[in-house]
Structure formats: C-alpha cells, structure tokens
Ligand binder design. Structure first.
Ligand code: SF4
Ligand code: SF4
Length: 309
C-alpha cells in the first residue's frame, strides 16, 4: 500500500468521518435516539486523525501504527457496550448472548454477535478481531507481537471449554434459579467479564510470550467467528510470481498463519484465524500480498505448528 499524500489522506479521513456522522444522523432520525449519533459521531471524529496518521506511514511502520486505529475503535466499542449495559440491561458478551437467546430477546448482544461474529464475517472476515475488539486493542499493546507457533493438544480445546462453561453457567442460573440480569446485573457482568478477559489475556500473553494467545486459546467469541470467517468474501491474497519466498509475512503474522504456503499453493489465505490485521501486507517488500474479494468453497487451515520451531 503506497503512502498517500497529505491531501489524499485528508480526503480519505474527511470522507470516512462524513460517512460515519451521516450514518449516525440517519439512525438518529430513524430511531429518535441520540445514542447512534453519539456512537457514529465518536467513531468519525476519532478515526479521522487516526487514519490520517496511519495512511501517512511507510508500510513497514504501519504494523505498529495501526494501534492508533485499534485504540480509537476499541475504546468506542467498549463505551458503546457499557452504555448498552447501563441503559438497556444488555451484556455484550457470550453470556449476554446466551441470556438473550434463552429469553427470546434480540438485544444488543444478539445484534453484536450477528454482525461481528456469526454472519458479518461471511463478508468481511474477522476484521472486528483485528481492528475493533476492546480486548484485542489492549493485547496488541503488549510486547510479544509474534509467537513461537500454534500449540496443540489441550490448548486447541480451551476456547470450546470456555464457551461450554459460559453457556452452562447461564443455563444453570436461568433454568435453575430463574435469574436474569437487570440493569445493575448487566453492568456487573459486563465489567466483571471484561476485567476477567483482560487479566487472562495479559497473563497468557506474558506466560506464552504471545500477545494474541487469548484469541487463540481462550476466547469463545473468536471461536464463534471462525466458521464464517473461513468463507469470508474478503481475504488476503498472495501473488506467487511476486513472492520472494523469504516468508517475512509468516514471521510477522500474530495468528501463526502459513501465508507463504497459501500463496505458493495458489490459494487465498483461507484460515478462519486470519484477523485481517494486514501486518503481512505491510511487511512484504515485493508488494506481493493484497486484500481481495472472492468466494472460496473449500476452507483450508494452514497454521505454523509450535513444535516445528
Ligand atoms: S478472538 Fe476474542 S479477544 Fe481476540 S480479538 Fe476476537 S473477539 Fe477479541
Ligand atoms: S494472514 Fe496477514 S492479515 Fe491475516 S492475521 Fe496474519 S498477518 Fe494478519
């Protein structure tokens, strides 16, 4: 991706900010609620300077530079989820999704998971995990941007165990005790759950020397996003003719994806673990990787094995 001129950057930032403010205004008129105007207005205002900065960086500095965008988006998403808990009693987390499904309610958690994890990834993959998650935002600030590869054995099953434990807890509370979180309960669930995720995420990152260890071995939301992401229209694609075979892309991938093997095999990056962070695009000296739109019927998972190091 080329460095844009200041005028072009300003144009992109103004267009994005205008579109977001416009979407907020339309939603305000349609619903009569100021909440979407505040949310989209914040995103537009925060993203404009972050994008202007990011697009002005040379490619190799964008891997670090993207943090300004992830912080701007992550803070906004966290604030919006907290507001949903305070004003609507909705918990934007896996437990909240289970509470809403059991109650037959399509609240904020159902909306969030549908757009960001279950259906949206069919179009834009796990872009939420790469750019907008408030847990991933903090994890990306830690010192271990790459890892020793993907661990096997019990590690592979931990996200599923976490998901099962979360759902079982909600089932016991609802069916066994008739519990449903009210407004205060929703705030406690949301803040308590977020604190637990942060503690676990930071602890795992330092223990395994891998910023995104939580996303690989613990996050139930990431697990839910994987199936749809495998069929995403938007994916990273490599050009085998331009590829120099030195695998710089593989070395910087925070999710241990064997990008080079996809490229040499004539495939787009079909892994459900790609979070579209674009580190691989930005590090490739040959400009051999790009984002592409298409359909792939056959998902193929190629991950760098921990034992291979
Ligand atoms: S895997 Fe979970 S913690 Fe990681 S970015 Fe995705 S939703 Fe956030
Ligand atoms: S394949 Fe590229 S875009 Fe996907 S997670 Fe790895 S570095 Fe990020």
């Amino acid at each position: 991706m080329a460095v844009l001129t200041p005028a072009a950057r300003l144009g992109v930032a103004t267009a994005v900010a205008g579109a977001l403010w416009g979407a907020g205004g339309l939603a305000w008129r349609a619903t009569g609620s100021l909440a979407p105007l505040c949310f989209f207005g914040y995103l537009g205002t925060a993203l404009a300077p972050a994008l202007t900065y990011y697009l002005g960086l040379p490619s190799h500095r964008r891997i670090r530079g993207r943090r300004v965008i992830t912080v701007a988006l992550g803070v906004g998403m966290f604030a919006a989820a907290l507001a949903r808990a305070v004003f609507q009693g909705s918990v934007v987390a896996v437990e909240g999704l289970a509470f809403e499904l059991l109650a037959g309610v399509a609240g904020a958690a159902v909306l969030h998971f549908t757009i960001a994890k279950l259906v949206g990834p069919l179009i834009f993959g796990r872009v939420y995990c790469g750019w907008a998650c408030w847990t991933g935002m903090v994890l990306d600030l830690l010192p271990y941007r790459t890892s020793d590869g993907r661990r096997g054995g019990l590690w592979r099953w931990l996200p599923l165990l976490h998901l099962a434990a979360s759902v079982a807890l909600v089932l016991i509370l609802v069916l066994g005790f008739g519990y449903h979180p009210g407004t205060i309960g929703a705030v406690v669930w949301f803040l308590g759950g977020s604190a637990l995720y942060y503690a676990l995420g930071v602890g795992l990152a330092f223990w395994l020397k891998d910023n995104r260890a939580f996303c690989k071995y613990a996050c139930p939301a990431g697990l839910l996003a994987r199936p749809a992401a495998r069929y995403s229209l938007l994916k990273v694609a490599g050009n085998p003719i331009r590829c120099n075979g030195r695998a710089e892309c593989v070395a910087v991938c925070p999710m241990d994806i064997r990008i080079l093997d996809y490229t040499l095999g004539g495939m787009r990056v079909l892994s459900g673990d790609c979070i579209l962070c674009q580190s691989c695009l930005n590090v490739c000296p040959e400009g051999g990787l790009e984002l592409s739109l298409g359909f792939d019927a056959q998902p193929v998972e190629l991950l760098r094995d921990h034992r291979a190091n």
